[in-house]
Design a protein around this ligand. Structure first.
Ligand code: SAM
Length: 214
């Protein structure tokens, strides 16, 4: 559900969110290995790379790796000595991601943790606080992931959540599915936290993003 029309989306992609050969190959590998077509789109990727670079982030965390497409954009935005930890519950997805990070020359800087994020996050506290946290796993988990992220962000750190529009469901009053309610709760929590400056950036399916006040 683009918030702009198809021609503008095309213009954006052609002008600013051009995939290089590595990103195109990563996307093709993800499809060829039979993973679902649920990676972020290139505009989201460029936006993540931009905010990671603009904030000077060194330590990033991603929840929901899939095949490593978004992780590649994020890792490219990090400072030269930056590191990304990315969590994936599905070992097959993690294996595709590992080969894609090698292809991108990022194997040394990206650390894939295989397991359920709800179980792994408590242990990860000791490795933080984080400069950047990207949430893109199961939607029902978003509120819990956000609570963890808010507790484990550096001052000046940024948290982002993909699919903040829920493909339009969040403004459909008749849609009371648990996943939709989880997204509404996630957005409301971010919007109302006085410690955060937040918004939904209207690329693709909406990228909720918030910076922690210093
Ligand atoms: C939307 S995809 C992530 C897409 C990826 N961020 C990208 O754009 O390239 C969601 C991923 O989260 C994983 N996932 C779902 N529930 C999870 C959980 N509880 N812990 C860790 N990963 C989970 C799924 O297996 C899937 O690979």
């Amino acid at each position: 559900m683009p918030t702009y029309d198809d021609a503008l989306e095309e213009y954006l992609r052609e002008t600013f969110a051009i995939e290089d050969d590595v990103l195109t190959t990563i996307r093709e590998n993800i499809a060829a290995r039979g993973l679902p077509h649920i990676s972020i789109n290139p505009e989201d990727g460029r936006f993540l790379e931009f905010i990671v670079a603009a904030s000077g982030a060194r330590l990033a965390l991603e929840i929901g790796t899939l095949g490593g497409y978004s992780g590649t954009w994020i890792a490219r935005g990090l400072s030269d000595d930056g590191r990304l930890i990315t969590i994936e519950v599905n070992p097959e997805h993690a294996s595709v991601a590992a080969s894609n990070f090698r292809l991108a020359g990022l194997a040394e800087r990206v650390d894939i943790r295989v397991g359920d994020a709800h179980q792994l996050l408590p242990e990860l506290k000791t490795e933080g606080p984080f400069d950047f946290i990207f949430i893109d796993a199961e939607k029902m988990g978003y509120p819990a992931y956000l609570e963890w992220a808010l507790e484990n962000l550096q001052p000046g750190g940024i948290v982002a959540g993909h699919n903040a529009f829920g493909h339009g469901a969040i403004v459909d009053a008749a849609d009371t599915r648990e996943r939709t309610e989880a997204l509404r709760a996630f957005n409301r929590r971010l919007a109302e936290d006085p410690l955060m400056v937040s918004l939904i950036f209207p690329a693709g399916d909406g990228m909720a993003v918030a910076v922690r006040r210093k």
